[in-house]
Design a protein around this ligand. Structure first.
Ligand SMILES: Cc1cc2nc3c(=O)[nH]c(=O)nc-3n(C[C@H](O)[C@H](O)[C@H](O)COP(=O)(O)OP(=O)(O)OC[C@H]3O[C@@H](n4cnc5c(N)ncnc54)[C@H](O)[C@@H]3O)c2cc1C
Length: 489
């Protein structure tokens, strides 16, 4: 194991939107001594890794983009994966981030050396990287979740997760089983139905699927956006008002409105028996909200079947359901989501007094503002506990601004490390959980995506995005942290 002698000012883990945003903001703040450790061989995170047909953004692209890199020529309101990925690549080039990235380098563990006030990051390539500060951006969706169905290993055709789509796999002419009917399945099904011979989609619970206004921009609109940057800024400001100023889950009026949109959306399913199956019986917001204009119409196609009987097991040739029918298929796609509740503990962080992050979070992840957690000095997290809301790029920008401000403050005050005070973190989380309890639609227990086994909701932010901006903007880092001055020996 080679131990690098140079201690970087900052080590960033991950070159997804979070890592990219941090790198840009560090450069803009004049901090050049940073390294990005990325386990993949490309930038882009979610948008590089996920390539299933139909993948697109659920948040309007003019708001799912960095405030410092507005893109006037998004082809449509909700861009697809390829366009988002190429946008991120453009940002990386425009801000000259690539020289800082070490690709194919997974951080397996990170140890805090309290004496030296440094993090030592143990990587998969046999090197230990040292840094004063770590910004961890491994994302919430890096770990695929598979269902626990008997016989999964026995299937003789091809099977894979939506998040691990084989580069050369086309569903053209195939008989396909899609297991799951949530976010990825809703996007995949219409595309699969266009090319496959037969598609069976297996639904465990029905979700609300709302329409989205997604007509491609006309050439006149694109011309206007490109010619007039102020029109792009105006559209973004309008989207900000739409998405960021109210918490959508708190108001019964808003929930009722969304359910009406959902009911209107599902009305296109012609057969009333089929229509009944994907009709949700839980309130909107209980499950993760979904959007699609072409999901429901797919159920009118003769070669598409929505199966709601429970799956008994996977056989060598297909999927056997409880009432004894086997659907024979060539390919099984697991659209079964991700392990969303682990956050930075996917890496073995060892902080003060040898504490392991995964033990500290045994009852569920928690942090202060989703960014710092007691006992792990100079560790900042992006898209951490309870920060899931609206445009994640917007939330990440709030976090990154907070990180940069903290680093500047440490520099100014001559601090070697800061560690969030346990009382500050406890008070913050008690209030946060009280606020979450007030969000009635999350109390139905619909979503394992939100909750850990202890019952705590660890992914969701219960307020508006603008409230998060206020909190991350206005608190002075030093008031909330134990601090330690640099020694000048
Ligand atoms: C299918 C899908 C659709 C989505 N749609 C939306 C949407 O519509 N709107 C929205 O706001 N958000 C959406 N998201 C959430 C999306 O993940 C975030 O918006 C955004 O990508 C988060 O950026 P990130 O950098 O925090 O994480 P990621 O994009 O996940 O990037 C994390 C990076 O860290 C790297 N990494 C992980 N662990 C290590 C390690 N140990 N060592 C080194 N590198 C590591 C990964 O390889 C990856 O490159 C979606 C997610 C998925 C999976």
């Amino acid at each position: 194991m080679e131990i690098e002698t140079h201690a970087h000012r900052v080590a960033i883990i991950g070159a997804g939107p979070g890592g990219i945003c941090t790198a840009v903001r560090l450069r803009q703040a004049g901090i050049e001594d940073f390294v990005i450790l990325e386990r993949a061989h490309a930038i882009g995170g979610t948008w590089h890794r996920n390539r299933y047909p139909g993948l697109a953004c659920d948040i309007a692209s003019h708001f799912y983009s960095f405030s410092f890199a507005l893109k006037p020529d998004w082809s449509r309101p909700f861009a697809g994966q390829a366009e988002i990925l190429s946008y991120l690549e453009e940002v990386v080039s425009a801000f000259d981030i690539r020289p800082h990235v070490r690709f194919g380098t997974s951080v397996d563990a990170a140890h805090w050396d309290h004496e030296a006030a440094l993090w030592r990051l143990i990587t998969s390539v046999g090197r230990t990287v040292t840094a004063e500060t770590v910004v961890a951006g491994p994302g919430m969706f890096g770990e695929l979740r598979y269902p626990d169905i008997e016989g999964m290993d026995c299937f003789s055709g091809q099977s894979f997760h939506t998040g691990g789509w084989p580069a050369d796999h086309s569903l053209s002419g195939e008989r396909v089983a899609i297991i799951g009917s949530a976010a990825s399945a809703v996007q995949l099904l219409p595309e699969a139905a266009k090319v496959a011979r037969r598609v069976h989609i297996f639904q465990r619970s029905a979700n609300w699927v709302l329409p989205k206004e997604d007509e491609p921009f006309t050439s006149e609109q694109l011309h206007q956006f490109v010619r007039s940057p102020s029109s792009v800024a105006e559209l973004r400001a309008e989207l900000f008002r739409l998405y960021a100023t109210d918490p959508p889950f708190a108001s019964t009026t808003q929930i009722g409105e969304r359910e009406q949109f959902g009911i209107a959306n599902i009305a296109v399913v012609e057969d009333p028996d089929v229509r009944a199956k994907p009709t949700s019986t839980t309130p909107w917001g209980c499950h993760r909200p979904l959007f699609s204009n072409d999901y429901y119409p797919t159920f009118n196609l003769p070669h598409v079947e929505l199966v709601t009987e429970p799956i008994e097991r996977i056989t060598s040739s297909g999927v056997l359901t409880a009432e004894g029918t086997t659907r024979e298929v060539d390919t099984i796609v697991y659209a079964t989501g991700y392990e969303t509740t682990r956050f930075a503990s996917v890496i073995d962080f060892v902080g003060r007094d040898g504490a392991h992050l995964r033990n500290a979070w045994a009852d569920g992840a928690q942090a202060y503002l989703g960014i710092t957690t007691t006992g792990f000095p100079n560790l900042f997290m992006l898209y951490g506990p309870n920060t899931n809301a609206g445009s994640i790029i917007y939330m990440i920008e709030c976090q990154v601004d907070y990180v940069v401000r903290s680093l500047q403050c440490m520099e100014r005050e001559g601090l070697a490390w800061i560690d969030v005070r346990p009382d500050v973190m406890a008070v913050y989380n008690q209030q946060l959980q009280r606020d979450i309890e007030k969000v009635e639609v999350w109390q139905g227990g619909c979503s394992t995506y939100y909750r850990v086994p202890s019952g705590r909701i660890v992914t969701q932010w219960p307020h508006s995005m603008s409230r998060y901006r206020e909190l991350t903007d206005t608190l002075h880092p030093l008031d909330d942290y134990e601090t330690h001055a640099r020694s000048h020996a």
